[in-house]
Design a protein around this ligand. Sequence first.
Ligand code: NAD
Length: 283
Amino acid sequence: MADQHTSVPTVALNSGHAIPQLGYGVFKVDPAKTEKYVTEALEVGYRHIDTAAIYGNEEGVGRAIASSGIPRDELFITTKLWNDRQAGDEPRAAIQESLEKLQLEFVDLYLVHWPAPANGNYVNAWTTLVSLNEAGLARSIGVSNHLVEHLAQLEAATGTLPAVNQLEIHPAYQQREVVEWCTSRGVHIEAWGPLGQGKYDLFGTPAVADAAAAHERTPAQVVLRWHLQKGFIVFPKTVNRERMAENFALFDFALSDAEVEAITALDPQDGSGRVGAHPSELN
Ligand code: NAD
C-alpha cells in the first residue's frame, strides 16, 4: 500500500484548518461500488474525499472510511447540502443525515451545493451553516457554484466568508471574475470538473500535449498539475485504479511558467467553455 499522502501539500483555510490540495471526487460513482472505489483511493494514498448528499453515495464513503483504519485526523471529508434543503432549519437536519450515512461526528467541510437563486433560500442556508460550524458539525464551511452576486449577499448577511468556493474550472473555463473576488478575500478555489469532465478535447491541445511530452507525463497529469500551480484544490474522479494512481503522482514534477501560461491561454474568456450547469439556472 502506498503511503504517499504526506507528500500532498495542504492549503490553510480561513477556519484555521488545513485541506489537502488533492483529493478524490465521487460524482457519478455508483453507490453500490463507492465503498470499493474509495477504499482503493485510500490505498493509493488519497486522504481527501469529495462527496455530496445528491450523489447518493455517502454510505459507501462512510463504509470505506470505517473499514480503512485510517485515523480520523488524517482524513478530510467534504459533503454538500442539496438545493431542496436550504430553507428554515433544514440544513441542520440534512447535515445530521449526511453524518449518519458517513458514520462521522463531523465533516471537515460542508458546502452549500448551488445558490439555486430562484428558490430565494441560499442566504438562509449560509446563515444556518455558520451555526452548524459553531456547533462543531462542520469544521469548515463553504459554498459551491456561487457567483459574485451570490457571495456579496452572504457577506452582507453574515459577515462570514466561505472557506472555499467550489466552481467548475478547467483550462477552457476559468471563471476569472469570481476567482479573483474569492482569492483576494482569502476564499480558496476548489476546481470541479478539473479535466473538463472529458467533454472536450483538452488532452489534444498543443499546450497540454507538448508539456506532457516534455515532462514524460500524461495529459491528465499536466492538466491537474496546472490546477495545483494555479493554487486550485482538485479532486479528479475516476473509477480506474491505475488512473487513481496517475492522478495522484503530481508532486515530482513542475510545469514551467511558460507552460502554465500556455494552458491558461486556452480559455476563450467568453464563457463558451462551460460544460456544466450555470449557477443562475439550476434551482
Ligand atoms: P473530472 O474533470 O474529474 O472528469 C472526470 C472524467 O475524467 C471521467 O470521465 C474520467 O474517466 C476521466 N479521467 C479521470 N482521470 C483520468 C485520467 N488520468 N486520464 C484520462 N481520463 C481521466 O470531472 P468531475 O468528476 O465532474 O469532477 C471531479 C469532482 O468534482 C467530482 O467527482 C465531484 O466530487 C466534484 N464535482 C462537483 C460539482 C459541484 O457542483 N460542486 C459538480 C461536478 C463535480
